[in-house]
Design a protein around this ligand. Sequence first.
Ligand SMILES: Cc1ncc(C[n+]2csc(CCOP(=O)(O)OP(=O)(O)O)c2C)c(N)n1
Ligand code: SF4
Ligand SMILES: [Mg+2]
Length: 283
Amino acid sequence: MNLVPTHGFEADQTYQPADYKSDIKPVWCPGCGDHAVLLAFQRAMAELALPPEKVAVVSGIGCSSRIPAYTNTYGFHGVHGRSLALATGLKIARPDLTVIVASGDGDGFSIGGNHFLHACRRNVDLTYIVMDNRIYGMTKGQPSPTTEPDWDTAIAPGGSGVSPFHPMLIALASGANFIGRTSSANVAHCGRMIVEAVRTPGFSFLQILSPCVTFRPDQREGWKGIFRDHPQPETDDPSLAARYLMDDDGFNIGILYRATRGCYAPAPHRDLDPALLEKEFEA
Ligand SMILES: Cc1ncc(C[n+]2csc(CCOP(=O)(O)OP(=O)(O)O)c2C)c(N)n1
Ligand code: SF4
Ligand SMILES: [Mg+2]
């Protein structure tokens, strides 16, 4: 078991946020929180001085999952809900890469919910950022696993009536090594949290509250000035973190929990001959 990051930080070069920017212009709606998350991500990569060719951004499907196209690193825009499965395979095959997984609350907590549990449990050295707007944005506003039960919309009149799930509590119960929350409203904080998440070995889960201004116009005003630091300082005690999370209203930001559980990092099959594998598929 490995207790140090499985990727290097021995920077011999400095980078600017623009070095991580692709030449594709984001198609997100003006005012969408994801623009700020992208900026925070680029700043975080520059601060970590990670060569772009040593970073891979893997995503599923959704507005938030468009991020790999906008970054000048390796990227994989996968299928809905399967980003963690793809990223786990990639990290195990290429431990030298820093693998960042980008998702949305629908992609990551609904169809990808099962993968979330087991990625936390396996504790592979991945950073999982979930842009949570409490809605399925790309498919025009259906309630997601984090939508408030009384959020009244034409698609769910009177609200869904279903209790939202608590991603941080689930990450804690499932064994994630790093658990934090930030907001796209504070780019500096968001960037700092991404840096900390990447630096922490093992599976890091970062919930990023990022408004959907189109299908959740209530978040434009409702989320203004609502974020404050966790009253609980960072801890490595899971029972303390769990007790705290039971009363958390969802708007406290910062690092809540950081543990030192060894991450899953099997020795790569360096001697595997791709030609032999290919033969196996032909048979
Ligand atoms: C297997 C599969 N089921 C459903 C869809 C339709 N679909 C595309 S994006 C999406 C929801 C995305 O919501 P979220 O992950 O919260 O991302 P957001 O757009 O809000 O950023 C759904 C249900 C799909 N593309 N593939
Ligand atoms: S629909 Fe919502 S989540 Fe998607 S780009 Fe527009 S504001 Fe962002
Ligand atoms: Mg969403």
